[in-house]
Design a protein around this ligand. Structure first.
Ligand code: DQA
Length: 145
């Protein structure tokens, strides 16, 4: 069976492409899904890209991933900086976890410098724009051999 990668996206990322394009660019989450699916097809990985504005939904998808996914790529968005619940959920997942931020969070406000999710993430991407998802997919393929 083709290994499945969950690509989870937190609050406000449904507006990607329209939301603060000077920071997050003009590409949409559908563009991200298409790019990641193409890399997945090359690398022998299936993807499921999901987005929610609700913390509990992200937690539920992480629980689902425990059974359904070989790896998780996650842009927790604002939950990065607030959510012990997302961290605890990720700590129950056994495969590789890659954290992605479109913007270079360390060059932004101080409250964006701390990530709960980084306590679990095996790798962290920040500042690569939406290309960070594609890079994360390639690294995921490498990690999963
Ligand atoms: C973000 C950075 C977060 O600080 C912010 O709350 C987001 C997006 C990024 O992709 O750069 O919503 O995770």
């Amino acid at each position: 069976m083709t290994p499945m990668i969950y690509i989870l996206n937190g609050p406000n990322l449904n507006l990607l492409g329209r939301r603060q394009p000077e920071i997050y660019g003009r590409e949409t989450l559908d563009d991200v899904a298409a790019a990641c699916a193409a890399i997945g097809a090359e690398a022998g990985l299936e993807i499921r890209l999901l987005q929610s504005n609700w913390e509990g939904q992200i937690v539920d998808w992480i629980h689902e991933a425990r059974e359904a996914a070989a790896g998780i790529i996650i842009n927790p968005a604002a939950l990065t900086h607030t959510s012990v619940a997302v961290l605890d959920a990720l700590n129950t997942f056994e495969g590789p976890v890659i954290e992605v931020h479109i913007s270079q969070v360390h060059r932004r406000e101080a409250f964006r410098h701390h990530s709960y999710v980084s306590h679990r993430a095996d790798a962290v991407m920040a500042g690569f724009g939406v290309h960070g998802y594609a890079l994360a997919m390639r690294h995921m393929a490498h990690l999963l051999g």
